[in-house]
Ligand binder design. Structure first.
Ligand code: A3P
Length: 278
């Protein structure tokens, strides 16, 4: 099959899926996601995703499918096969933070459905960069002598705009790319800081955006003082709780104040612009 034929097939698939959804309402079938948490990496996407899954109508796959960035060649049937089986009135949700920064993904997502609802979590980009670098160090993805300063600043002390860790925090650049395809009513931006300090308020607005009743409440989410983060109560299993893994809420690598100031100054104009988008 050549590339052109493959593209045509991909575009036809949403129609086929709609035909499938004319089956009886209580029948469970796999459906393409209506809601996607598209990013941003290290801003609290996992916490938001896990909390939203507590809603009785929101269903999601386990691993990140990475369909639009890494597996697009497999086609929408493959993507759908990764999703859990749901009833007509239930909402399928995906989370793949890499979508946010991948240039081709907005158009591809739009081609699947222009009505897709997109959730973006943002966080202070300097802290996000520290978190991202800390993760890269722990996964041995950076050379052992690499420091945060050397990763984000050039030798002359200016910000290294070629570093992906720096680029990811220029949120407005990527949001603009998504806005070329989706209206602002399809995009909901969430504060990663607020997911920690006021999770129920954040979850309330996200449930409104998705269009489901607010059902995630203080019985399901509580603040775990030991972890320093909100955690989940699993009501079905009495007194069982679930916090997010060791890889969340790590101590960040240390760096010097000049580096932090340089990065803060770099992001300031971009941050002000992205606030206008909200
Ligand atoms: P740190 O590890 O830098 O603290 P993501 O899931 O997008 O990779 O984001 C990871 C970040 O989610 C963590 O960054 C942490 O601060 C944040 N977070 C938000 N709510 C959390 C929660 N309830 N439990 C753990 N981490 C949470």
């Amino acid at each position: 099959m050549n590339r052109t034929t493959n593209k045509l097939n991909l575009n036809n698939i949403p129609l086929l899926v709609e035909n499938l959804s004319s089956k009886p309402l209580d029948e469970r079938i796999r459906r393409l996601p209506k809601v996607i948490i598209i990013g941003v990496k290290k801003c609290g996407t996992r916490a938001l995703f896990e909390c939203l899954k507590l809603h009785p109508l929101i269903k999601a796959p386990g691993p990140e499918p990475h369909f639009f960035d890494r597996n697009y060649h497999r086609g929408l049937y493959w993507y759908r096969s990764m999703m859990p089986a749901t009833k007509e009135h239930e909402i399928t949700m995906d989370k793949t933070p890499r979508y946010f920064v991948s240039p081709d993904v907005p158009a591809r997502t739009y081609n699947m459905s222009p009505n897709t609802k997109l959730v973006i979590v943002v966080r202070d980009p300097v802290i996000r960069a520290l978190s991202d670098f800390t993760q890269a160090v722990s996964k041995h993805e950076v050379e052992s002598n690499m420091t945060f300063r050397r990763r984000v600043l050039r030798r002359d002390g200016d910000t290294n705009i070629h570093s992906s860790i720096v680029q990811t925090g220029i949120y407005v650049r990527y949001v603009t790319n998504w806005l070329k395809y989706f209206g602002s009513s399809n995009i909901h931006i969430v504060s990663g800081e607020e997911i920690v300090t006021n999770p129920l308020a954040v979850l309330g607005t996200v449930q409104d955006f998705i269009g489901v009743e607010r059902e995630i409440d203080g019985n399901l989410i509580y603040f775990n003082k030991t972890r320093g983060f909100p955690c989940i109560r699993i009501l079905k299993l009495k007194s069982t709780t679930k916090c997010f893994g060791e890889t969340k809420g790590r101590n960040h690598v240390q760096t010097d104040s000049t580096t932090l100031k340089r990065l803060n100054d770099f992001y300031r104009p971009f941050n002000q612009y992205s606030i206008c988008l909200n």
